[in-house]
Design a protein around this ligand. Structure first.
Ligand SMILES: *Cc1c(COP(=O)(O)O)cnc(C)c1O
Length: 385
């Protein structure tokens, strides 16, 4: 089932034929040995992706469920967390944690910028935080978090580091075995199926490292049932057991996606995303579209692009969609001033090239003097391996 539209929003992303085929395979009993084997394969490949020997959970739900599972299984009501926010999805942790009676402090960046490490340090010195949340790529701004700076900083103060990888996993390194300095490691990485992994929406994926598992153990009871990892731990060890019906077909699709990811190779996949993201932005700059994030902090997965003067957002996106390319509007104060373009997952370079050509053509309906040929030439030169 080939896609009729090129879906270049910040997720869901284009789904390949192989993944659709896996998704539409016959639904077996969730306890069937073939489903059990699929789940065990998927868990092993997820462990490999995050390079963790901790516990991995594959649960029916969206990325937000994964965020909730990360918080409720590590932080008790009345304890304090620090949210490092580089946009809309960073902010999501505030209300989420408050819903569970957790005390929340925030260090927020200006949209399009990174949080200031000195401000983060001051906050960490000011109170005892059980955990710090970091959004790897904030989907509202296209900013990539500086893990090399933030992870060791937070761990120095004894906080658990929870990484929201929903818009980054499988496109940027999320290595839970990596020592960021003096033994500082990521404690929880959470993600969803529909972004750079390239599966339709519907699976929440969460990995807990040893310190996070110790935090869960120390909590005793938690204020959740479906989201309590202790209800899922026996299932992830033996997927033939039942707690709540797993999304069988989503697991077929997810296994296929992981096979594709590991066949490409994590290193090659990360390098491809970085290279193609730069090429996309360089080409679009020539069409007068200015990325919100400076190239030094820009994400490999999506870009938030400011329109040149005189372009009406809705007219542009409608006309582009009529040509078969779907991009997303922007959020909050950027609404109407910028659009967001996903360039992640299994999307092909040739598809992104076609998108750039059509973006140029569509912008040309509202502004004069664009050189689409030059933009495509830059894209071709930069996107090549
Ligand atoms: C999309 C996204 C989410 C929310 O995921 P849902 O699947 O929509 O619940 C959370 N965090 C980030 C960084 C995202 O990009």
């Amino acid at each position: 089932m080939p896609n009729k539209e090129l879906l270049l929003i910040p997720g869901p992303t284009p789904v390949t034929d192989e993944i659709y085929d896996a998704l539409s395979s016959e639904t077996y009993a969730h306890t069937d040995p073939r489903v059990v084997a699929c789940t065990l394969d998927s868990l092993a490949m997820t462990r490999q992706m995050f390079n963790t020997d901790g516990e991995v959970f594959l649960i029916a739900g969206s990325g937000t469920l994964a965020m909730e599972m990360a918080i409720v299984n590590t932080v008790a009501p009345g304890e304090r967390i620090l949210v490092l926010s580089q946009g809309f999805f960073g902010d999501r942790f505030i209300k989420l944690a408050e819903s569970f009676g957790i005390l929340v402090d925030v260090v927020a960046s200006e949209w399009g910028k990174r949080v200031c490490p000195a401000t983060v340090r001051l906050k960490l010195e000011s109170a005892k935080y059980k955990a710090v949340t970091i959004t790897h790529v904030d989907t509202s701004t296209g900013v990539l978090a500086d893990l090399d700076t933030l992870v060791p900083l937070c761990k120095t103060f004894g906080a658990l580091v929870i990484l929201d990888g929903v818009c980054a996993t499988a496109a940027a390194p999320e290595d839970m075995g990596h020592d960021y300095g003096q033994g500082a490691r990521l404690d929880v990485v959470l993600t969803g199926s529909q972004k750079a992994i390239g599966v339709p929406p519907g699976l929440a994926i969460i990995a807990f490292g040893p310190e996070a598992l110790a935090a869960r153990a120390a909590l005793g009871k938690v204020g959740a049932y479906y989201a309590d990892i202790y209800n899922w731990l026996p299932i992830m060890k033996d997927p033939g057991k039942y707690f709540a019906t797993p999304a069988v077909n989503m697991l077929y699709a997810y296994r296929k996606a992981l096979q594709i990811i590991h066949a490409e190779g994590l290193g090659a996949r990360y390098a491809r995303h970085s290279r193609v993201a730069k090429a996309v932005r360089e080409a679009l700059r020539l069409l007068g579209l200015v990325p919100l994030a400076d190239e030094k902090v820009a994400a490999p997965t999506l870009s938030c692009l400011l329109y040149p003067a005189g372009v009406d957002d809705l007219t542009f996106r409608k006309s582009l969609a009529a040509k078969g390319v779907v991009v997303a509007g922007s959020l909050a104060s950027l609404a109407g001033k910028a659009f967001r373009l996903g360039h992640m997952g299994n999307v092909e370079v040739a598809e992104l090239r076609r998108a750039i050509a059509l973006i140029g053509e569509t912008l040309g309906e509202q502004v004069v003097g664009l050189n689409v040929t030059a933009a495509l030439a830059v894209f071709d030169a930069q996107s090549r391996q």
